[in-house]
Design a protein. Structure first.
Length: 143
């Protein structure tokens, strides 16, 4: 009996929509990461990129549980001495909720070359309108 291995010829990519309104940021990001990797498919192969496209809408309405809005920071460093910049997640969610969602999904993907390709298939929108209706995305309901 031979083991199935996914490759370019037998991979079919679908489009899914995740609605982040009123849901925790981390749970939405975890679902998106699993869809981007293709772990929901029976033909999942860990070393091959067999994931789907994911559209996340209403990113500005995602919630952070507990005191994370005030206690969690987004940190960047320029590489120079004293180049650390910190932003509270409360300010980040007000100004750039797409970045907060993208960072959460990126942290849940494996740290290898597959994650770079997976992040190109992630589309995040602040509100309910998106420009990918021609791809006929279907809503992801399983949690």
């Amino acid at each position: 009996m031979s083991t199935f291995m996914a490759n370019k010829g037998n991979t079919v990519r679908k489009w899914y929509i995740l609605d982040a309104a009123g849901k925790p940021l981390g749970k939405t990001a975890a679902t998106a990461a699993n869809l981007l990797r293709g772990k929901h498919k029976p033909e999942y192969t860990p070393h091959f990129d067999c994931g789907d496209f994911v559209i996340i809408i209403n990113a500005s309405q995602a919630v952070l549980t507990g005191n994370k809005m005030e206690q969690k920071y987004y940190r960047t460093h320029s590489g120079y001495v004293g180049g650390l910049k910190e932003t509270k997640y409360r300010l980040l969610m007000e100004s750039k909720p797409e970045l907060a969602m993208k960072l959460a999904v990126k942290g849940m993907l494996p740290k290898n070359i597959l994650s770079k390709d997976a992040l190109t298939r992630l589309k995040i929108f602040r509100f309910a309108e998106h420009k990918h209706s021609a791809q006929q995305p279907e809503a992801w309901t399983a949690e």
